[in-house]
Write a protein that binds this ligand. Sequence first.
Ligand SMILES: NC(=O)c1ccc[n+]([C@@H]2O[C@H](COP(=O)([O-])OP(=O)(O)OC[C@H]3O[C@@H](n4cnc5c(N)ncnc54)[C@H](OP(=O)(O)O)[C@@H]3O)[C@@H](O)[C@H]2O)c1
Length: 377
Amino acid sequence: MTTEPRSTEPRSAGASPAEAARPAAAQPDSARLPVAVLGATGLVGRRLVARLARHPWFKPAALFASERSAGRAYGELVPDAANLPADTAALTVRACAWSGTDMAVHETLVFSALGADVARELEPALASAGALVVTNASAFRMDPRVPLVVPEVNPDHLALAASRPFGRGAILANPNCSTIGLVLALAPLHAAFGIRRVHVVTLQARSGAGLAGLQDETLTGDVVPFIAGEEEKLERETARILGLDLPISAACHRVDVTHGHTLAVSVELETEVETAALAQAFEAFVAPADVAALPSAPRRVIELVAEADGPRPVRDVDRGDGMAVSIGRLRPCPILGHRFVTLSHNAERGAAGGTLLLAELARARGLLGDLLERGDT
Ligand SMILES: NC(=O)c1ccc[n+]([C@@H]2O[C@H](COP(=O)([O-])OP(=O)(O)OC[C@H]3O[C@@H](n4cnc5c(N)ncnc54)[C@H](OP(=O)(O)O)[C@@H]3O)[C@@H](O)[C@H]2O)c1
């Protein structure tokens, strides 16, 4: 059970202890692209702002949330704002406007950490006004106009957005926070052996349900075997990203863990191999060179956990600055052939860090185009 306070997001404005100790980016402001963050006061938005505040290419310049937060300095609204640069903490939070037209974020890179209902209205409005929206919300993940991308796995899907399908701008989507851990584990196996079928049971942390999830007293000491829409997202998004018509059976559970989604995966491969071959495939997996060079890319995207009882959220969730997927407990499965456990940080790899990596990829592949000409290139 969690030992962290439930009333606020526990870490320094979203940073891990190692991150909090790291100084903010030293680059001159003029060399960084000003970006906007929607939902900046939420669990994901705080982590996004903390990452952006020390980012070499981007800097937080416009922060948006609901009417409840509007008009107040960002530093007053988030805990441990002292870890943020003074100019970020001093930004006045503005309310999202439904039309999107008076938010003054046209031709801007916009990170969205809004809930799906708000995102469904606002993100296309901003994109058609010329923004490039990189979103955590689920609203458009299955929309054929929107690339759904895990940069190490399907970076070429970004090309879908090159034609600016929403008019002047585009939306790029980060997958569901459990999908990312599953996709990063399945991609090397599919490349090496082919995959026939997958069964996955998730144990998903409180923080996957946002700040409200951290505060949910009813979850204390409990397991909830239902998360609305989650099993469908995991099944559909994984198939879309891998480009496979893959039978996947998912069973999703909310558990009393603070951060980190654990997945117990069983897989049937097209090729008959010893389970040790799966470990070799995980070890050998590397991102495309341009993805591996991005500022938010982890040094190793898959980390094999040596301990017999791992991976475990408390011990392993921050591996690779929260951007690595930990895999352990590789063993034969009497039904599907092989089984293992994955762990990834839902709010970092699965959200804030994931969208930042996606935006970096968009910039590296030229998708930001004239947006970046006003800043660093
Ligand atoms: N939590 C995760 O691990 C995770 C992982 C992957 C994806 N996601 C997705 O990321 C998004 C954000 O999740 P979260 O966990 O950060 O949620 P959260 O903690 O509940 O934060 C929600 C944010 O949205 C703002 N907001 C709420 N209603 C609004 C409205 N009507 N207009 C404008 N802003 C509004 C809130 O502002 P106020 O502070 O002013 O209320 C807050 O900034 C969701 O789509 C979620 O599904 C989350």
